[in-house]
Design a protein around this ligand. Sequence first.
Ligand code: F6P
Length: 519
Amino acid sequence: MAASDFPRCDETGAWKALRQHFDGAGRGFDVRRALRSDAARVQACSVQAPHVFADLSKNLVDPHADRLLLQLAQECGVLAQRDAMFAGETINNTESRQVMHFLLRAPKQGRAGAKLSAELAQVHETLDRMLAFAEEVRADSRITDVVNIGIGGSDLGPQMATIALEAFVTPGKRFHFVSNIDAHELAAVLKQVKPEGTLFLIASKTFSTLETMTNARSAREWFTRQGGTDVARHFAALTTNVKAAAEFGIARTFGFWDWVGGRYSMWSAIGLPIAIAVGAGRFRELLAGAHEMDRHFREAPPERNLPLRLALLDVWYRDFHGFNSRSVAPYHSSLRRLPAYLQQLEMESNGKRVDRQGRPLPFATSPVVWGEPGTNGQHAYFQMLHQGTDVVPVEFVAVKTPAHDLAEHHPQLLANVLAQAAALMQGKEDSGGHKHFPGNRPSTMLLLERLDPQSLGALIALYEHRVFCAGALWGINSFDQWGVELGKVLAKDIAPRLQSGDTQGLDASTAALIERLRG
Ligand code: F6P
């Protein structure tokens, strides 16, 4: 059955029943009362997935809505769509591609199936070669700086993960991530490094992205201008476009495949900076953690299937409650790039306005995803979360065991994350107005035992599958990104006009801005 054969969420009986339920009792649901009156709620709303425990009990979902949401998943064939992905079917229909990032973390002797065994063999061949190179670089004390040049999925995943695993990074090497076409970023890094001590990783699935190619050319020019001679030793490419990398003059290339989406690629050669930072063994642990989550997603029954449960909440909040954003608050400083990573993962995947057949959708899709690490956010935007006019579901990510030994801090951090979730929910009566907290504001608590390669792998795979489930419910293709194209085309047209001053055919506002910038 093709993905397009499954009904869209709004075409199901469960959707109509949910609408009816929401317009009746659902909208007024009070989670405080539910927690007081239902002794089994916490247990019923707790899900233990590999390395990630989730307490969903503070969400605005009553048992009837919960049942209907699971029925919605059933009617939309979410788990059948999942099986189609894992079977290697061409579910990215607008680009005619398979979607198989799960294969990048599948063990050599796993259950990938005969159909995918050739791909799995290629994955392991590249992985072994890439990890051998990572170990070589780690052992080479002359290399002091690794500069990853890439953008979007070729930047956010490896950057987020290298920072998340900073406690495991072997000292002696510094890691830099350059993404922006704004050369303030590259220039600042080049000031800190020396050609003989630097390895540049040019990370680009297509090896054609404007920002990355411009930064790569400038880095190569800087390298030779500074007296660097051995480009082959100091540059490596991470790409599916091996030919373009060779044309650029890079001899050492680690490839991947068109069935790996950019925002799902940190498990592939794009993860090389992570592997250099933490070593081959720990990179394999990262993959193993993600694989455990893949198995959970494939095997757990719907009611205990964490990616599915989170996606159902996303649909419930977006399409019934009308909440248009979700805040992610990691209470671990090493997860400080998680919100940025999730912005691409979720919003580039599910920020769509048509279904798989190209029909406009009559309901909302991806929320805005945003956030900062706690407790910093508490002293910035949490005011709005507690007392603003919009309700924003918050997703807290907390870690039980810290990676430092400053004993006083961690209990305070954990007390704060628990207090924020409780305060959002409980609220506080005050007749004066300004000191009144409405409460009944929803949150999810994700708990990791510790932040290590395995738990990070599991957490990120959890998010990937949640995005998949939400896309499957909405009936959209989560794996293309046509929305980024128009701006790229217009920038190509505008760049020479900034030089020539030709504003013919442009809208009046853009034309006036060009004149001002040239003036
Ligand atoms: O922003 C669009 C996009 O294609 C992303 O999906 C991708 O991660 C990024 O650009 C970078 O692409 P590439 O890895 O091909 O340079």
